[in-house]
Write a new protein. Structure first.
Length: 500
């Protein structure tokens, strides 16, 4: 009897061990490298995941109405992790005809709560590919749209506090899509795959193949800076990548007709359609050392540039908007253009005379310059309000660089910002309602390249300031007027340190 009881007990133990092993195998079969799967938020139909080990493909089915605003609804297969991490996959929708806004995502989430901070790469049903993110719990969702639809392979990468999207055909030829941004995750956080149907009455399935998860990326010994020309909506703060380049680009101007954006690179100036495309160089005669202080006349017919080809430093020239022979405006150097009066008759600029940087005006056709500021230190970055009665600029006359305002004749100089940041390059909107500017940390000297910066906007009606974007930038990001003619968005350049 005792032997029988012992045998039964052993059989029970063996069965328990077998069942646990079987259950674990089934879990691994379902979730692959991930250790959990769950519906997040309110979903009308429960999601599921199936992992095909033979071809390392995840089929994730998810419901939910949306991943947007302040809450999400989706199915998520994930694991917790720490530190720097990347996840890559080929993403496909096996079936056609679903909601064009359905989303298949590579996702980092702070938690499994529906309002959690997160960042993802979302490949939509219609091919739109974007980075979406909620900076902190309960915040609104923001987006950076890629200029490439339905890429073959995508990778979401977190290094430090920066997150970026990479696209390509294979892991060995992935390239940045542009538009990296700054977001802080507390450790541990989640990494995984998610699907949202964008229709709470349906279940949509996406295929994630060749999934590669890497943790502990470490810091590369070789890094190169790549550049992205972007636009940002001031209403939604959503960003759109217009052009990404390994060549260094700076200082966009939006043409008054809304059809193109200018930028400078390697001493030349280029134009690119606002709908995207290939940049074309604008002829500037013998001048080939243009800096990032350039712009367009109010009527859109003329271009103004600052160039250092002649000895002695930067001088200001004008030429036809389509290119041509530059005409010298400022004989004295260095002179750096920053604004054009709304009536088209006057240029305003910063210049160093006798070791002092001040603000000057000069007739468009040249002549005698008029000095508007006389304080010791730096007065720089002037730009007119659209009524021509006031000028915004930045100055360090109080010990820190802040935004100031003065009348068009230089009187009534008044400090506008008083925070702990270093604020540079104010640009009034064409409708006169806003100014945008760039902020550096308090301890940053000057306006150098390759720094953590914020793009901010002030309402001129009440003086309230909001942060539109946090990014890697600085010199070249927002040096010159770059508003769209309808005042709904503006252009800027972001930068990204890419590990090689």
């Amino acid at each position: 009897m005792q032997k029988l009881a012992t045998s039964v007990l052993l059989i029970g133990v063996s069965f328990t061990q077998w069942y646990c092993a079987f259950a674990q195998a089934q879990k691994e079969r379902a979730n692959g490298i991930f250790d959990q799967a769950a519906d997040i938020g309110e979903v009308g139909k429960p999601g599921k995941v199936f992992f095909a080990a033979d071809n390392a493909t995840y089929s994730v089915s998810g419901g939910g109405a949306n991943m947007w605003f302040a809450t999400d609804a989706l199915h998520y297969v994930a694991l917790q992790t720490n530190g720097d991490v990347s996840i890559a996959a080929n993403i496909q929708w096996p079936t056609t005809g679903g909601d064009p806004h359905r989303k298949a995502c590579l996702i980092l989430r702070q938690s499994l709560a529906p309002d959690s901070a997160y960042v993802d790469i979302a490949v939509h049903g219609d091919g739109l590919c974007s980075i979406q993110y909620r900076e902190f719990d309960g915040d609104a969702t923001h987006e950076i749209q890629s200029n490439l639809s339905a890429p073959s392979r995508v990778r979401l990468e977190k290094r430090g506090d920066y997150v970026a999207m990479f696209i390509g055909e294979r892991d060995d030829n992935m390239r940045p899509s542009g538009g990296s941004f700054r977001i802080q995750f507390k450790e541990p956080f989640y990494v995984g795959l998610g699907v949202c149907a964008h229709n709470n009455e349906k279940l949509e399935t996406a295929s994630f193949s060749n999934v590669v998860l890497k943790r502990g990326l470490g810091k590369s010994t070789k890094q190169e800076v790549e550049c992205t020309l972007e636009t940002i909506s001031i209403a939604s703060t959503d960003r759109r990548v217009l052009y990404h380049s390994k060549e260094y680009i700076e200082a966009p101007n939006w043409l008054p007709n809304g059809q193109a954006i200018l930028f400078n690179s390697a001493g030349r100036i280029f134009s690119i359609p606002t709908k995207g495309g290939v940049p074309t160089q604008i002829a500037t005669g013998t001048l080939n050392r243009l800096n990032n202080d350039h712009g367009v006349s109010p009527d859109g017919k003329s271009l103004v540039i600052s160039d250092e080809t002649q000895s002695g430093g930067s001088r200001i020239y004008t030429l036809p908007i389509e290119g041509g022979t530059p005409q010298l405006v400022t004989k004295r150097a260095p002179s750096y253009w920053h604004g054009w009066s709304p009536d088209g008759k006057t240029l305003i600029y910063s210049a160093s005379r006798s070791g002092e940087f001040d603000i000057y005006t000069i007739p468009v056709g040249g002549g005698e310059e008029t000095r508007l500021t006389t304080n010791a230190g730096l007065d720089d970055g002037p730009d007119y309000l659209p009524d021509g009665k006031s000028i915004y600029f930045h100055s360090d006359r109080t010990g820190k660089v802040h935004i100031w305002r003065m009348s068009a004749d230089g009187t009534d100089q008044t400090q506008i910002t008083t925070d702990d940041f270093s604020n540079w390059f104010p640009h009034p909107s064409p409708d006169g309602r806003w100014i945008v500017f760039i902020s550096f940390a308090e301890d940053v000297q000057g306006h150098p390249a390759n720094k953590d910066v914020s793009l901010k906007m002030m309402s001129l009606a009440d003086g309230k300031i909001q942060t539109l974007a946090k990014l890697f930038g600085g010199q070249g990001t927002l040096d010159v007027p770059s508003w769209a003619p309808d005042s709904r968005s503006f252009a800027f350049v972001s930068y990204q340190q890419v590990s090689k």
